[in-house]
Design a protein around this ligand. Structure first.
Ligand SMILES: Cc1ncc(COP(=O)(O)O)c(C=O)c1O
Length: 392
């Protein structure tokens, strides 16, 4: 990675060398179609079966409950649209939250255009959704709830097991997008009481373009794709053998408590260093946040300008979700936790990871302090910002 300081692990992680090694044989030596009956096909099938067993074990699930997909986006779409279509005779009401990833929000919007009714729960100022909010929103028509495990922008970890208990008691299907929590958070689906759980490999040092969806046995699901009978007739298309093998290995390696403890300590040092900059504030919860997530706002400095200035210094960060980057839209997550559109543009997300060093954290704090001070000198409004909504 050269001299670059990479603090955007929530957007993409580099492939771990051990994962690359586990994948190396596939495609060249083991290249058969897993559906073929000959030895070459059977070798690929065996590798996929072993990967499926491994992922199932980490989730405390059965192998038959794990589907491999092309990533988090497909898993979210399959879970939400698949359950909604399969259960629409039972009810047409869906509950989700205002801070979900676009893969969930847009899936719900697509269903709304088809006549489903969607309730969007609003989080509190730190990004929390409560089990009580879910309980109060459930009606006899509700058949699906989708609440993310941990937020990709502000890192807030939701009380998923409590929400699971409510949904199980009310016999409502619960989906969770666990893409950001994988590795660090407990993925025991029987403890969490979830019916569907989405994962993505490229957030846990695995390859891009592969993910998984846990589907609890007995949960009805209409496939998204028409085609072959792969993945227990729920996800047509020739399996990505190398990707699946790499994903299972990456997920196994990601469950390293010592690594998460080290990253958490670095994160806390980074938060303390950044909050020492005048007027800086932290977005999300100080305690119940992902060990690698920092999201800060500096009044008077646009997140995008700061991102570009840091890029010139060789520091890679984000303004929020990568999918929203490029678009100048203010973050829907920050607006949901009560920030106005202008304030929401002042956010910067720094996400740490496996290869972050103490020296990098120290340098980022110094560069940020100097850069924020320099950029603020050019802001005629700082330290007296115009009122939100004024045209000046
Ligand atoms: C919370 C969350 N869900 C879903 C996704 C989409 O996953 P993928 O990029 O594998 O499609 C992301 C990726 O940023 C994410 O952070």
């Amino acid at each position: 990675m050269g001299a670059m300081i990479y603090l955007d692990y929530a957007a993409a992680t580099p492939l771990d060398a051990r994962v690359g090694e586990a994948m190396r044989r596939f495609g060249r030596e083991v290249f058969g179609n897993p559906s073929s009956l000959h030895g070459a096909g059977r070798a690929a099938r065996a590798a996929i079966d072993a990967a499926r067993d491994g992922v199932a074990e980490m989730l405390n699930a059965r192998s038959s409950e794990i589907l491999f997909t092309s990533g988090g986006t497909e898993s979210d779409n399959l879970a939400i649209k698949g359950v909604a279509q399969a259960l629409k005779s039972r009810g047409t009401h869906i509950i989700t939250t205002a801070i979900e990833h676009h893969a969930v929000l847009e899936s719900c919007l697509a269903l709304e255009r088809e006549g489903f009714r969607v309730t969007v729960l609003q989080p509190d100022a730190e990004g929390f959704i409560t089990a009580r909010q879910v309980e109060e929103a459930i009606t006899p028509e509700t058949m699906l709830v989708s609440v993310m495990y941990a937020n990709n922008e502000i890192g807030t970890i939701e009380p998923l097991a409590e929400i699971g208990a409510v949904c199980r008691a009310r016999r409502v299907v619960l989906h969770t997008d666990a893409v950001q929590g994988a590795g660090e958070l407990d993925l025991d689906v029987r403890r969490l009481l979830v019916d569907l759980l989405s994962l993505s490999a490229h957030k846990v040092y695995g390859p891009t373009g592969v993910g998984a969806l846990y589907v609890r046995s007995g949960t009805r699901l209409q496939p998204l794709f028409d085609g072959g009978g792969q993945e227990h007739e729920r996800r047509a298309g020739t399996e990505n053998t190398a990707g699946i093998v790499g994903f299972a290995e990456a997920l196994r390696l990601a469950r390293d408590h010592a690594e998460h403890d080290r990253i958490r300590a670095q994160r806390d040092r980074l938060i303390d260093g950044l909050l020492a900059i005048p007027d800086a504030h932290l977005h999300g919860s100080r305690d119940h946040r992902l060990s690698n997530n920092v999201n800060v706002g500096f009044p008077g400095v646009s997140g995008e300008t700061l991102l570009l200035a840091l890029d010139l210094e060789g520091i890679a960060v984000s303004t929020g979700s990568a999918c929203a980057a490029g678009a100048v839209e203010p973050s829907h997550v920050l607006q949901a936790i009560g920030h106005g559109p202008a304030q929401a543009q002042e956010a910067l997300r720094l996400s740490l990871g496996r290869f972050t060093t103490d020296a990098e954290i120290a340098r980022v704090i110094t560069v940020m302090r100097d850069t924020v001070a320099r950029l603020r000198k050019h802001d005629p409004h700082y330290p007296h910002p115009p009122q939100e909504g004024c045209s000046s």
